[in-house]
Design a protein around this ligand. Structure first.
Ligand code: ADP
Length: 348
């Protein structure tokens, strides 16, 4: 028995509730093989006491059955997961130096307007006087270059960190800035996870009040890795009001809850369309996001209508939230969302 073979065996132990194993999550910190005794040291970040318990049992089940292993000692140290803002012990917590608060924007499925919400939220927070960064973490479908009208390649500083680009007063980083061409990225699984981790850690963000992470759509390993790589203060789930979107939004809420990332709330996007005469049409059904927030017992942070100009401004690199609340109704909804977000994740 040697540490490598023990690690290999531990690849069979999944993180409870997920398809990935504890080795690829980097939870196994040390394996020591003394004659007659194997010690495995594991570190878990969670508030759920069942998770270390389950990992403990599963590790023993695998290791105890190995031939010639002798005694097995599994030591698990449990660190507190990031808690909701305002709870004791969380103030000032951040795993990216200089960044006060990290907020993830997620969705159960693609096309519901997650990137539109993330970029307008970032712009609206900046308009309220905050220092804001926005990171497009979607390896497979990055859209921020388009939404902010930037398309340069960023430079590196002397420490080999990537210097984010800037547009509309916001620091921006996107996987797409680093791609040579527009061909789709075809890395998968652990590679994608590693790229994303490296990417998150190697950006020179400087001092920020809020860093918004535009997560890839869905509820897979990448989303999980991201919220476990950086200390996320909370996640906003974007959904459209129809049932097919709500089903996936529910999955997202449950996934983040499982790993103890506080759910800041739901944003109902494309909530209605208002015609020139002022009549509202609930194209995807009325109030799906509102009801879902009630059922899931999470706040409803905002309702954004379908708005042709918002789509056009998104494509043109000038997010609607650059307008003031008095100039534009949809901008007002984004400024309201920013105010709600600030209240949910105060700076101090
Ligand atoms: P996702 O990030 O969820 O895939 P996007 O933000 O890229 O979604 O939005 C998909 C498309 O829908 C984009 O063309 C965007 O401009 C448009 N869109 C998003 N939200 C709205 C809205 N409230 N009104 C009009 N168009 C919208």
């Amino acid at each position: 028995m040697n540490p490598e073979s023990i690690r290999e065996a531990l690849r069979q132990v999944r993180y409870p509730g997920f398809s990935r194993d504890i080795i690829s999550f980097g939870l196994v910190k040390d394996v020591i093989c003394d004659p007659g005794l194997t010690t495995v040291r594991i570190e878990v970040q969670t508030r759920d006491p069942q998770i270390p318990e389950k990992i403990f049992q599963d590790c023993h089940a695998i290791l105890d059955s190995l031939p010639d292993i002798g005694s097995v000692k599994v030591e698990i140290s449990v660190k507190d997961a990031p808690a909701a803002a305002g709870l004791a012990g969380t103030v000032g917590k951040s795993s990216i130096p200089g960044v006060k608060r990290i907020i993830a924007v997620a969705s159960g499925k693609g096309g519901v307007g997650k990137s539109t919400i993330a970029s307008n939220l970032a712009v609206a927070l900046a308009a309220s006087g905050a220092n804001v960064g926005l990171c497009d973490c979607d390896l497979y479908g990055p859209s921020m270059a388009q939404m902010f009208g930037v398309n340069e390649r960023p430079h590196a500083n002397e420490q080999d960190e990537i210097i984010p680009l800037e547009a509309h007063g916001i620091k921006l980083m996107s996987m797409s800035f680093l791609l040579e061409d527009r061909s789709p990225v075809i890395v998968r699984g652990p590679m994608a996870t590693r790229y994303t981790q490296q990417f998150l850690r190697q950006v020179a963000w400087g001092n920020l009040d809020y860093l918004i992470l535009d997560l890839p759509p869905g509820t897979g390993d990448i989303q999980l890795t991201i919220v476990q790589t950086v200390s996320v203060d909370g996640v906003i789930i974007v959904t459209t009001p129809q049932e097919v979107a709500l089903i996936d939004a529910r999955k997202a809420v449950s996934m983040f809850a499982k790993v103890n990332v506080p759910i800041l709330g739901i944003v109902e996007n494309m909530a209605w369309f208002e015609c020139d005469a002022g009549k509202k049409y609930f194209i995807f059904g009325e109030g799906g996001g509102v009801r879902e927030a009630e059922i899931l017992n999470v706040p409803l942070l905002g309702r954004i209508p379908i708005d042709m100009a918002t789509r056009q401004r998104g494509d043109a690199g000038t997010p609607t939230a650059l307008l003031t609340s008095s100039e534009n109704n949809v901008a007002a909804a984004f400024h309201q969302l920013a105010a709600q977000t600030k209240a949910a994740v105060p700076l101090a």
